[in-house]
Design a protein around this ligand. Structure first.
Ligand SMILES: [Zn+2]
Length: 345
């Protein structure tokens, strides 16, 4: 068998030589990856803290050489707040460009999913409020990874509902939030690389069961993390992503608090708040993941006029009083007043 394969390889080489003549005779017949890869030299680049390293086998790659230079980039100086969740209070939606090309990763870059697990709640309208991120069920203590390289802007206990929270700012200006952690593994102003363990998943803050609450923001404005990450596989969807102003949720800047628990009921606990068995939790998580995803555009609001009552409004929008009550967290007996904004769909 060995001699046969040598023979056939010789045959191939002869055929190539015959076909290409002189050119083939000059061409090297080895593969680059078979050669020893020994670092040869480093070359400067115009990017802070980044050099190019060249190897003896004619290959090269980018090299992060100086984290302090990376961490001192302008993006980590402007609007840098380590004590609060929001850092861009003076930046409004209208200040944000209509579209922005965001490089998620480049040759330097790495990406790592924050955690792999079942999505228990997606981004979008939920109950009375707005779910600003995506929830991924996990066992307490599961390592949570930095999705991209960046600088830790916030790493502390948040009493607004996030529990132990890490906020990373990335060189492209995006920020990622990791909430309900049981333990932090980084401090504010640390510089982290993609895939570094920044903390451990837990159940702290306004949370009814162990899960990661993960958000992606630009200038404090949220958009759906599923636009860039496929959470069923953990894969990043794009290297470069076009972020449109229309993706942002306008209400995401209204409060720093996290209203998390709305539909956790029925997943980790039953309707009476009693804990469920792990089989029941897994089955509930599967059901939640199979649910069609809500979109922001589905919501319709109605301003109550004088003389209105719930049944009149329900009839007008082809819905029921029960549905309106559920969407607004009110009882059918609750009084409504003119000017009040009610969600009807
Ligand atoms: Zn959440």
């Amino acid at each position: 068998m060995k001699s046969l394969s040598v023979l056939s390889r010789c045959g191939l080489v002869v055929a190539v030589l015959l076909l290409c003549g002189e050119v083939a005779a000059q061409r090297k017949t080895y593969n680059v990856e078979d050669l020893p890869q020994v670092p040869l030299d480093t070359l400067p680049t115009d990017r802070p803290g980044v050099k190019i390293i060249t190897y003896t086998n004619n290959t090269w790659r980018y090299l992060l050489t100086d984290y302090s230079a990376r961490a001192n980039q302008k993006v980590f100086q402007d609007h840098w707040v380590t004590s609060g969740v929001f850092a861009y209070r003076d930046v409004h939606l209208s200040d944000v460009p209509e579209t922005m090309e965001i490089k998620l990763i480049d040759n330097l870059g790495d990406y790592h999913p924050p955690v792999l697990g079942r999505v228990s709640s997606r981004y979008g309208p939920r109950g009375r409020g707005m779910h600003k991120g995506i929830d991924i069920g996990l066992p307490v203590g599961e390592p949570i990874y930095a999705t991209f390289e960046g600088k830790v802007r916030y790493a502390r206990y948040n009493s607004g509902g996030y529990g132990y929270l890490v906020i990373l700012r990335h060189p492209n200006g995006l920020e990622t939030y990791y909430g309900h952690l049981c333990k932090l593994n980084v401090s504010a102003n640390d510089y982290v690389v993609a895939g570094q363990v920044i903390g451990y998943g837990g159940n702290t803050g306004r949370s009814r069961g162990p899960h990661l609450h993960f958000e992606v923001r630009y200038a404090d404005l949220t958009f759906d993390p599923e636009r860039i990450i496929d959470f069923s596989t953990g894969d990043l969807k794009y290297h470069t992503f076009v972020l449109e102003r229309g993706y942002f949720n306008v209400s995401s800047k209204l409060t720093e608090a996290l209203e998390e628990d709305d539909d956790m009921e029925g997943i980790f606990t039953d309707k009476n708040g009693e804990p469920l068995t792990s089989e029941e939790i897994v089955s509930n998580l599967e059901k939640a993941a199979a649910k069609p995803r809500p979109t922001v555009n589905d919501a319709i609001y109605y301003k109550v006029k004088s003389g209105d009552n719930l049944s009149k409004i329900a009839a007008k929008y082809g819905t029921t009083v029960g549905n309106i009550c559920r969407l607004n967290g009110i009882k059918s007996s609750s009084p409504i007043r003119p000017g009040q904004r009610l969600r009807v769909k």
